[in-house]
Ligand binder design. Structure first.
Ligand SMILES: [Zn+2]
Length: 334
């Protein structure tokens, strides 16, 4: 859906024979462009589109084709797209190709906001009793966050190249991290103390050599597992430690939009590590993680790292609550 355009200024239409006013036009105040409506069906289609490629396991054809699709969509939505192509070593010694995708709007703007998600999916189902060695769909774990960012991207030109009468927004970077989810299974034999470092290989790669040397942003928001039916979001502890102000801003915004039943202003410690942890520790960009907290497990959704993480768990209402909130935060940033 397109944003409603607000016409500003004192210009008036003059009918024939109307007396011309001698009054001087006062300069119009510069307004922020209105926040567009986040379309949950569109976001859902972007999640389904990724899953339709097949599991996005780094090195696979599905992974390559899905990456090409994301890049093409971002260019279509007016982004300046850069890709980081590299190679990283997985916990089992396997050399894995890596492709981080960075889509930027107003790439030269000093003031920036960074939004991110991981676009790879886990190569095995180590929390499933059935077919534990087969790759999962990763509809929630991976594709949901990317789908929300893709729907947001559809509107970013309206923010950064607005209609006349509205102020240009700040620069926005969407970062699609690769190889987040190839971490060492917790029950693996010979597990090491540094097994935390086997996760988030794409963001680890990026913080060592950002797409722009010296890259920084006002703040960052990571979306991970943001699509499950009835999902609720507590204030995740690592985010609170490094970026409590950003957490509060996002949770307050959600409440104002009527999503207070989804965004609970209470801290829960349940994430071992995630891409935001890497970014906070290395680049010191205050970055939060919006990630589902599932009360009965005291942690992740029971479909996590199982074959149950498929399109059946995805609910457009959840994508809407997260997507509209993020959009409002970004659009109000001046
Ligand atoms: Zn995962």
């Amino acid at each position: 859906m397109m944003a409603v355009t607000i016409l500003l200024g004192t210009a008036c239409t003059r009918g024939p024979g109307t007396e011309v006013s001698t009054e001087q036009e006062t300069p119009a105040p510069i307004a922020a462009p209105p926040t567009p409506l986040f379309d949950p069906d569109s976001a859902y289609a972007y999640v389904a589109g990724q899953v339709a490629f097949g599991p996005r396991v780094p090195g696979s054809d599905a992974h390559k084709e899905c990456g090409n699709w994301i890049v093409a969509r971002m260019k279509n939505y007016g982004a300046d797209v850069r890709e980081q192509i590299g190679e990283v070593t997985a916990f089992n010694g396997q050399e894995v190709p890596l492709r981080n995708i960075i889509a930027s709007w107003l790439p030269d703007a000093q003031q920036r906001v960074m939004l991110c998600a991981h676009w790879d999916s886990r190569p095995f189902a180590d929390h499933d009793k059935e077919r534990p060695n087969d790759p999962i769909d990763g509809a929630n774990d991976g594709a949901s966050g990317v789908g929300i960012l893709m729907e947001l991207a559809r509107h970013l030109n309206e923010l950064t190249r607005p209609a006349s009468g509205t102020a240009p927004g700040i620069g926005v970077d969407l970062i699609f991290f690769d190889v987040e989810d190839m971490g060492e299974p917790a029950n693996a034999m010979g597990g090491k103390d540094n097994s935390m470092d086997t996760w988030c290989l794409g963001s680890q790669y990026w913080v060592k050599q950002p797409h722009e040397p010296g890259y920084s942003a006002r703040f960052g928001i990571l979306l991970d597992m943001c699509g499950a039916r009835d999902a609720v979001f507590y204030q995740e502890a690592i985010s609170m430690r490094y970026a409590s102000g950003v957490v509060r801003k996002v949770w307050r915004t959600a409440d104002r939009l009527g999503y207070g039943d989804r965004f609970i202003p209470e801290t829960k410690y349940f994430v071992g590590t995630d891409d935001h942890d890497v970014i906070n520790r290395s680049l010191r960009i205050p970055t939060i993680d919006i990630i589902e907290y599932y009360e009965p497990t005291g942690g992740f959704n029971p479909t996590w790292h199982t074959h149950g993480d498929n399109m059946d768990v995805i609910d457009p209402n959840t994508l809407k609550a997260v997507g509209q909130t993020i959009m409002e935060v970004v659009w109000k940033e001046r």
